[in-house]
Design a protein around this ligand. Structure first.
Ligand SMILES: Cc1cc2nc3c(=O)[nH]c(=O)nc-3n(C[C@H](O)[C@H](O)[C@H](O)COP(=O)(O)OP(=O)(O)OC[C@H]3O[C@@H](n4cnc5c(N)ncnc54)[C@H](O)[C@@H]3O)c2cc1C
Length: 454
């Protein structure tokens, strides 16, 4: 049976799209340089049963399946392979239940992160994971990449909130994992294995998430430093003294200058970097004052802190403007995503500066400084082969640097195709072999998102 017959005999007409232009639009994420193949068809189910039907059709026609959320990934993880079925979960976007008593919710995978945040906030609850893409990325994609974000330094990453899943397996069977209860000790943790699995183990069609009570508005501080190293040391000291900031971001000089050039806001463009920090909870104002004092003691050239949440939001705005400010240059932007244990942050920052000089590349750096997760941003002329080669060499050197510092090659964006070649450098051979065996166990025919992640 052909793929068209297999699909149209099982699914309503409007779930299946063969138009080349439409299929192409759904065939890649936002990673630059990661090529993608030509998909055969786009399938847009509304229910778990329709996902099962799509998987059965793919089995019958023997084509690979590439699951897709909102396509905001930065690693090529949702990119089509030749002849595949792109299975977009974006229409499965209902919030099925918000359980205030147990502080949980049940959602379909296509729900946009910010829509969930808004819905639970109406009940005085909070869903913390907040990738910078939270207004466009889907919860299913967040789960499949184990997305991080700005407030993860205090609240943890997506993994810390996933309690249970409904998954359509590669053979079309439906599996329910996890629990509704706060506690359970029954069986192995099959929920966890799907978090960060990049569509390679199964298709997630329903998610039960943990929620927390909404914290009071945060207090905010900004601190400029004349050099990067003391800023790194101040961060280490803040945690050593037991503070738990709910946000701690760093913006380096090149980023400050570009933001100021495009969105003038009176930034100190001579500073080496700006630290942006927030504290949440009852003693937030006292905590932010103590954190500010640590920054002063470490030689910050200017420190300012506020309790007013609106003023705080305005101070944090500079972080959100960095990416759009660099987009104004019209050049290629390749974001790195490495993370190191906090105490190695000063060495990571110094190393990134050295790599930029050695390869003569533009390498502004921003990142989630509080959890050691940095996003050096390679800015280059993608049409100039020499500049591109230098940028790629710098990209590899940053990965090597992170690994030397006991870090990881992929802090929060996932592996996709972008980082696949480096996985063997991080995972030891035994673990790699177990992981590959698990993938084969879940998907013996290699049908799900082939060529990605491992
Ligand atoms: C401007 C910008 C800022 C960003 N900031 C951050 C950030 O701060 N933190 C961060 O972590 N990421 C960030 N990202 C990256 C991206 O938004 C995240 O990786 C996000 O989680 C991807 O979600 P998505 O819905 O777009 O998934 P997609 O890109 O569509 O897919 C991502 C992966 O998930 C798989 N997948 C999607 N849905 C399912 C499903 N239902 N079942 C099984 N597999 C599935 C896909 O096959 C693919 O492997 C940013 C991206 C952009 C463009």
């Amino acid at each position: 049976m052909t793929l068209i017959e297999a699909l149209t005999s099982r699914l309503p007409e409007d779930c299946v799209q063969f138009d080349d232009d439409v299929v192409e639009a759904y065939s890649h994420d936002r990673a630059i340089f990661e090529g993608h193949g030509t998909a055969s068809v786009l399938v847009m189910p509304r229910t778990t049963e329709q996902v099962v039907a799509a998987v059965e059709a793919a089995i019958e026609a023997d084509v690979p399946i590439v699951p897709r959320g909102a396509g905001t990934g930065l690693t090529g993880a949702a990119n089509a392979t030749d002849g595949c079925m792109v299975l977009s979960l974006h229409r499965m976007n209902n919030i099925l239940e918000i359980d205030e008593t147990n502080r949980t919710c049940r959602v379909q995978p296509g729900v946009i992160n910010s829509d969930l945040k808004a819905a639970v906030a109406e009940r005085g609850l909070f869903y913390p994971p907040d990738p910078a893409s939270f207004e466009m990325s889907s919860i299913g994609g967040n789960v499949a990449t184990n997305a991080g974000g700005l407030c993860c330094v205090k609240y943890g990453v997506t993994r810390d909130y996933v309690m249970g899943l409904t998954v359509v397996m590669a053979n079309g069977e439906v599996m329910r994992t996890g629990r509704k209860t706060i506690k359970s000790t029954t069986g192995f943790d099959l929920t966890g294995i799907f978090v960060g699995s990049e569509g390679a183990l199964g298709i997630i069609t329903e998610i039960t998430l943990k929620l927390v009570t909404a914290p009071p508005p945060p207090a905010t501080a900004v601190a400029y430093f004349g050099e990067l190293e003391p800023a790194g040391n101040a961060i280490v000291e803040i945690f050593r003294q037991g503070h738990e900031p709910s946000l701690m971001e760093i913006v380096d000089q090149a980023s400050l200058r570009q933001v100021e050039a495009v969105f003038p806001m009176d930034l100190d463009v001579d500073a080496a970097c700006l630290l942006l920090m927030q504290t949440a909870g009852e003693s937030a104002p006292e905590r932010i004052a103590a954190i500010s004092k640590i920054c002063e003691d470490h030689g910050a050239s200017f420190v300012y802190h506020v309790d007013d949440p609106h003023e705080g939001d305005m101070l944090i705005e500079v972080r959100r403007k960095v990416w759009p400010a660099f987009e104004h240059l019209g050049k290629a932007l390749l974001p790195e995503d490495v993370a190191v244990p906090r105490q190695h942050l000063p060495e990571l920052l110094a190393g990134i500066t050295e790599i930029a000089k050695r390869h003569d590349v533009q390498l502004p750096t921003i990142g989630h400084a509080g959890d050691g997760n940095m996003h050096p941003l390679l800015v280059f002329d993608g049409n100039d082969p020499h500049e591109t080669a230098r940028a790629k060499a710098a990209f590899e050197d940053i990965i090597s640097l992170a690994l030397r510092l006991d870090g990881t090659i992929a802090g929060e964006h996932g592996v996709g195709t972008l980082k696949k070649a480096y996985v063997e450098r991080e995972l030891d051979p035994v673990q790699l072999s177990v992981q590959r065996s698990l993938r084969t166990l879940f998907d013996p025919d290699g049908r799900l998102n082939p060529g990605k992640a491992l």
